[in-house]
Design a protein around this ligand. Structure first.
Ligand code: ADP
Ligand code: ADP
Ligand code: MG
Length: 648
């Protein structure tokens, strides 16, 4: 086994790899960008090396800087984690040339599986079932449209170099094809520097079921059962589980064989995942699954496999990379219980899941009942430079339902303030009767969108009361006085002190009255809350009160008499960039009348395209950006004509 390992990654996966390395007595080297100088993965490592400024191209994707760090520190091996350089064959070759072990498959296997079209062609030859479609050389829009027609709608356009659900468009009719092709190519070019696409039949009632495989350098290959990753949003995994609900034993055996065959066909070694698309329109059937792609790395959702097998996949990776044989033979690998994982992200479901950046002013994740894999601590920032994942939370239990309930419960105990998260959305998905029944497919989230993302409600009365109670107690603490009679900021009312806390709710001032009783208790006028009652709230640096209830964070802005002019007004006179990014398209012109929901511009941020739409019917007064512009968060994209400007 190696004595020293460099982890060429950041965040939760770097931390997770280090945890196993430490347990195995391997000393660890972290690499980091300037933005991560104080990150958890750096704090946890035995040594760390700065590799560059925040952008990934100048740091975590800089192969030479990472290799230099390995040489400088004497690391014998590099674990690439997932993303970044993990599926980069040249990097793996450079490691070998430098005499450093790349913890992953041989470069030839990465290459064979790197492009979806080649991988599919190879798999078809190896006798693995593949999704019908077009893999062709001819990339002319005309030919692609013809092939889509021949394949039969609905089809899926996929970037051949794709990953992370990017560069992918479902097309239901011929009329939509050319616009979808344009979008897929644009996204693919910007994310992968390769705009080639393939066409696939869109499988009906699709389920994503993947097999974890492992191979060593001694000719052994096994699978570690399947994971079901059907709960997706825009082709990206949200909730994953193992085993797949309703998986027949015969189908598991068949899929396991196909996956092992796929790995062997490319001379695989180490951890890999073979992803299959399954037609579940008549339940799970052993002849209704097709190869989609192979990910030649450790997968984000590997913890659910670890939970049901009791194995440490990173340990296996390190053992195989150091030349050992696979620790177990196929028949010694057992499946125990059920595990579910949720990806907790800094993103805003109310605004089309736009990534949300900021400081984690509060981060409380319960880790007594569940496994939490996280790369951030309270006080850390989520920046626009990297993936906005806060944590993966994994529950394991005897049954699927028990695991889902346990996970939902853990998320309900979670408290996060400082940015928006998908936590409440995850809880609703986990508690949804259709999810609990196991009737899942990749359409689950879009189908239940309205229930999973209800319109933002005003904070209920009892929460404003809680927030007021919290604030008064905080003030008391600040005054360092336990005696309400000493106070000079409360009224005296028949021997009792009256206080009022004012919030801004639904654009209006809302007062909450509290009374200090003789006995020292505090009471909300009109609602009795025992003075000893526990309130889960905090004041954020913005001055707002955050109240935590069942995994939901309610933000209550305090009424500021000096800013009173703002109340009732709104920022509805403009659309600003919700995050830093690049303007890809401008879809409106000054003077144009637009309808609520109408797309105005397309912004590319965090490698994804985000459409900015009108929040109400309006008339465009000005367009403040042009395609290609790099904009900062808050930059004005378009202005709407207001009553005032119309009159002028
Ligand atoms: P997995 O297939 O392992 O579940 P995903 O499909 O969610 O992973 O994502 C595919 C790949 O894209 C993963 O390797 C993931 O780490 C990577 N990825 C997604 N977003 C980013 C990002 N912002 N920076 C680096 N890698 C990313
Ligand atoms: P990526 O490299 O981005 O992970 P995949 O080929 O693995 O791309 O596909 C991502 C997701 O898109 C799948 O998990 C699945 O939900 C959906 N998908 C892919 N191919 C098909 C298909 N032929 N029919 C239906 N859904 C599909
Ligand atoms: Mg995939």
């Amino acid at each position: 086994m190696f004595a020293k390992l460099l982890i060429a990654n950041r965040g939760e996966i770097a931390v997770r790899v280090m945890r196993t390395a430490k347990r195995l007595g391997i000393s660890t080297v972290a690499v980091h960008s300037d933005a991560d100088a104080h990150a958890l993965h750096v704090a946890m490592a035995d040594e760390s090396v700065r590799i560059g400024p925040p952008p990934v191209r100048e740091s975590y994707l800089k192969a030479d800087a990472i290799l230099a760090a390995a040489k400088q520190t004497g690391a014998e091996a590099i674990h690439p984690g997932y993303g970044f350089l993990s599926e980069n064959a040249e990097f793996s070759e450079s490691c070998a040339a430098a005499g450093i072990v790349f913890v992953g498959p041989p470069p030839s296997a990465i290459r064979a599986m790197g492009l979806k079209d080649q991988a599919k062609a190879l798999m078809a030859t190896a006798g693995v079932p593949v999704v019908p479609g077009y893999l062709g050389e001819d990339q002319s829009p005309k030919r692609l449209a013809e092939e889509a027609e021949r394949t039969g709608y609905p089809v899926l356009i996929k970037a051949v170099a794709g990953g992370g659900g990017k560069g992918m468009r479902r097309v239901d009719t011929k009329a939509e094809f050319s616009a979808a092709l344009e979008g897929a190519k644009r996204e693919a070019a910007s994310a992968f520097g390769d705009d080639r696409v393939l066409i696939e039949k869109y499988v009906s009632r699709p389920r994503h079921i993947e097999m974890q495989v492992f191979a060593d350098n001694h000719g052994n290959a096994v699978h570690l059962f399947e994971r079901d990753c059907s709960l997706q949003r825009r082709h990206q995994k949200v909730i994953e589980e193992a085993p797949a609900p309703g998986m027949p034993v015969a189908m598991r055996a068949r899929m396991g064989e196909a996956a092992v065959k796929a790995a062997q066909a490319v001379g695989y070694s180490g951890a890999g995942t073979v992803e299959f698309i399954v037609d579940a329109s008549e339940g799970l059937k052993a002849d209704r699954f097709w190869f989609m792609e192979m990910n030649t790395r450790l997968q984000v959702e590997h913890p659910v496999t670890e939970a049901i097998t009791g194995l440490d996949l990173v340990e296996w990776q390190l053992r195989v990379a150091s030349g050992e044989k696979l620790p177990l033979a196929q028949d010694a690998i057992r499946l125990n219980g059920h595990a579910v994982e949720a990806r907790l992200y800094a993103e805003d479901p109310q605004h089309d899941f736009l990534p949300s950046t900021g400081t984690l002013e509060r981060l409380h994740l319960p880790d007594n009942l569940v496994r939490v894999d996280s790369g951030v601590r309270e006080g850390d920032a989520v920046t626009p430079f990297y993936d906005p994942m806060i944590a993966k939370v994994i529950a394991h239990a005897e049954t699927r339902e028990a695991a889902a309930v346990k996970l939902a419960h853990a998320l309900e105990e979670t408290q996060i303030a400082g940015l928006r998260t998908n936590n409440a959305f995850l809880i609703r998905a986990l508690k949804h009767p259709e999810f609990l029944s196991g009737e899942i497919d990749t359409g689950f989230i879009p189908r239940h969108q309205a229930e999973l993302i209800p319109p933002k409600a005003e904070p209920p009365e009892h929460l404003t009361a809680q927030a007021a109670l919290f604030l008064v107690r905080e003030r008391e603490r600040a005054h360092q006085s336990q005696d309400p009679w000493d106070r000079d900021d409360g009224f005296r009312l028949v021997g009792e002190a009256l206080e009022s806390v004012d919030f801004v709710i639904a654009g209006k001032r809302k007062s909450v009255q509290l009374v200090h009783r003789h006995d020292g208790s505090l009471e909300i006028v009109g609602e009795r809350i025992a003075s000893g009652s526990h309130v889960n709230a905090m004041q954020t640096t913005s001055g707002d009160i955050a109240v935590f209830e069942r995994g939901e964070t309610w933000m209550l802005p305090l009424y500021d008499p000096f800013a009173a002019a703002d109340i009732g007004g709104s920022s509805a006179d403009r659309i600003s960039a919700p995050m830093p990014g690049k303007v890809i398209q401008v879809l409106v012109r000054p003077g144009e009348a637009v309808k609520r929901g109408q797309p105005l511009a397309v912004l590319e941020a965090m490698k994804m395209e985000h459409t900015l739409s009108a929040s109400a019917d309006a008339q465009i007064e000005s367009v403040d950006v042009s395609p290609g512009d790099q904009v900062n968060e808050g930059a004005i994209i378009v202005r709407f004509a207001t009553e005032k400007s119309k009159a002028a």
